[in-house]
Design a protein around this ligand. Sequence first.
Ligand SMILES: NC(=O)c1ccc[n+]([C@@H]2O[C@H](COP(=O)([O-])OP(=O)(O)OC[C@H]3O[C@@H](n4cnc5c(N)ncnc54)[C@H](OP(=O)(O)O)[C@@H]3O)[C@@H](O)[C@H]2O)c1
Length: 244
Amino acid sequence: MKKIAILGITSAIALEVARLYAKNGASLLIAGRDEQKLSLLKKDLTVFGASDVSSYAIDFAYLENHTSFVEWLWSQGELDCVLIAYGILGNQEDCEKKCELALEVLHVNFISVVSLLHRISQKMITQKSGNIAVISSVAGDRGRQSNFYYGASKGALNIFLQGLRNKLHPHGISVLTIKPGFVDTPMTAHLKKGFLFAASASVAKGIYRAIEKRKDQVYLPVFWGFIMFVIRIVPEKIFKKLKL
Ligand SMILES: NC(=O)c1ccc[n+]([C@@H]2O[C@H](COP(=O)([O-])OP(=O)(O)OC[C@H]3O[C@@H](n4cnc5c(N)ncnc54)[C@H](OP(=O)(O)O)[C@@H]3O)[C@@H](O)[C@H]2O)c1
C-alpha cells in the first residue's frame, strides 16, 4: 500500500490526483489551509477507496510552521511520494502597482516550496527512497509581459527542482517537475476558455502516470512541450516586441 502526501489538496488538480491514488487503495496524508474543506475531502477520498486519510491544516505561506508540519508527515511512517500542488496566480497588473503583491507570488510559489523541500528532502535521504513531485507551470519557461511575476516564481522553482533532482538521484529519490499549460480550475475561472484549456481530471492522469514512471519532467497535456519549445527558441530581439 502506497503512502502519499498531497500538499495543497484543495487544488482542483491535486484533488483529482488524490482520487486516482485513493482508487488504488493508497494511504493519504492531505494538507491545506481550510479545515472545513479538509474534513469534506477526507470523506470524499475515503469514498473513492483510500485505505486511510489523515489531514493537517496549514497555511504554507507561514514558513515557521513548516518544521512541525514535516515532522507530522514522517510521524505517520515512511512516505512513497510527496506532491506539492498549492500555488497562487496573482494578478500581473496589481503586482506591477504594489510590490508586496508581487513578492507574495514569489513567496508562496517559490520561497515556501523551497522551505518545505529543504526539510522533505532531508527526510527522504534518511529513508533512502521516495518520490517528490511539484506542480510548476509552462509559464516558468519564458518570461512574458502578461504574467512575469508568476512566471518568475515558477521558473525559479524549475531551476531549484533541477538541482534537487541532481542532488537526490544518487540517494534513489526522484524529483518530478510538472508543467501544465492552461487548466480549467478555480485559478483560471476568470479567463476566457479556449481550445488550449485542459480538464483537471485529464491533467491529473498525466501527473499520476509521470509519478509512477518516476519521470524527471512532464508537460501536460504533452503538446505543451512542443509549444514551449517553439516559444523558447524565438530570438529575444523578436520576442521582446511581441504582446504575449
Ligand atoms: N490552472 C492552471 O491553468 C494552471 C496551469 C499551470 C500550473 N498550475 C499550477 O497548478 C497548481 C494547482 O492549481 P489549480 O489550477 O489546481 O488551482 P486551484 O484549484 O485554485 O488551487 C490552488 C490551491 O492552492 C492553495 N493555496 C494557495 N496558497 C496557499 C497557501 N498559502 N497555503 C496553502 N494552500 C494554498 C489554494 O488553497 P485554498 O483552497 O485554501 O484557497 C488552492 O487549493 C498551482 O501550483 C498552479 O500554479 C495551474
